[in-house]
Ligand binder design. Structure first.
Ligand code: COA
Length: 258
């Protein structure tokens, strides 16, 4: 991989987008590498959670690569958008927890990438926004849809129509990020989150991600049907029996993912 670094830290795959010269902007190659990395991690039993971050101290990802975007034609622009949408949907639907460690600018495609993750933790210096309209385009990697679903249409439209950047504290206040920490504590905080989730029943965590991410896109009753089906499925697992047994025996559960 040219633009990604990956490291498995005891079950946590840390994926670092590594193009600091352009503040980790996403060119087509990088979007393809992100898709490949998540595809490989999906079937890798040694990966229990993913943390996604950007190289350097200044940026998570400063957006799609504008020099590449400037060459887009209507058809290539549509294809670029669809390719990014597919890659980011695979992150949103990833069966293991994905945490964005937002270590600076998360703009445009960078903000959209963070929106596709399950949890967002930001450093105090982070700035987030969807500035596409300042370039005469709109977010094209799912941002119009995910921002509106996460924040509600009012706040989403405010950010998308103005293209304004907001700081980490404001992002936390409106629910765009889960938590803000000093920059030097960002990775440690993300790892702690990941390890806490990894200590829970892994099949239950996967089912919960599916229930929330897929279920919330369905009509309410179908979402509830999915929830009940996953609930029932979990009742047949060894992990569920172990979880209940450990509770009655007043000890920590030892989940095996079975
Ligand atoms: N695509 C391509 N290159 C980018 C980029 C992007 N999205 N964002 C930053 N870069 C490049 C800059 O062109 C610059 O390259 P140069 O040194 O060859 O001139 C380098 O990264 C550093 O950026 P610079 O603008 O000098 O840093 P800054 O601290 O002054 O400003 C930002 C940082 C993030 C505010 C500014 O780079 C910016 O507005 N970037 C574009 C954000 C955007 O609109 N994203 C949405 C794209 S759809």
């Amino acid at each position: 991989m040219e633009n990604l670094r990956t490291e498995n830290r005891d079950g946590i795959l840390v994926i670092t987008i590594d193009r600091p010269r352009v503040l980790n902007a996403l060119n087509a190659q990088t979007v393809g590498e992100i898709a490949d990395a998540f595809h490989a991690a999906r079937f890798d039993d040694a990966v229990k959670a993913v943390i996604l971050t950007g190289a350097g101290e200044k940026a998570f990802v400063a957006g799609a690569d504008i020099s590449e975007l400037a060459q887009a034609t209507p058809m290539s622009g549509k294809a670029t958008s669809e390719k990014g949408q597919r890659a980011f949907l695979a992150i949103e639907r990833f069966p293991k927890p994905v945490i964005a460690a937002i270590n600076g600018f998360a703009l445009g495609g960078g903000c959209e990438l963070a929106l596709a993750c399950h949890i967002r933790i930001a450093s105090e210096n982070a700035q987030l926004g969807l500035p596409e309209v300042t370039l005469g385009i709109i977010p094209g990697y799912g941002g119009t849809q995910r921002m509106a679903r996460l924040l509600g249409k009012g706040k989403a439209l405010e950010l998308i129509l103005t293209g304004d950047r907001i700081g980490a504290a404001d992002a936390e206040r409106i629910g765009l990020v889960n938590k803000v920490v000093p920059a030097d504590q960002l990775m440690q905080t993300c790892e702690e989150f990941a390890r806490r989730i990894m200590s829970r029943g892994p099949l239950a965590v996967t089912a919960a991600i599916e229930a929330v991410m897929s279920g919330s896109e369905m009509p309410f009753e179908e979402g509830q049907f999915l929830e009940a089906t996953l609930f029932g499925l979990l009742c047949a697992t060894e992990d569920t029996k172990e979880g209940m047994k450990a509770f009655t025996e007043k000890r920590a559960a030892e989940f095996r993912g079975k």
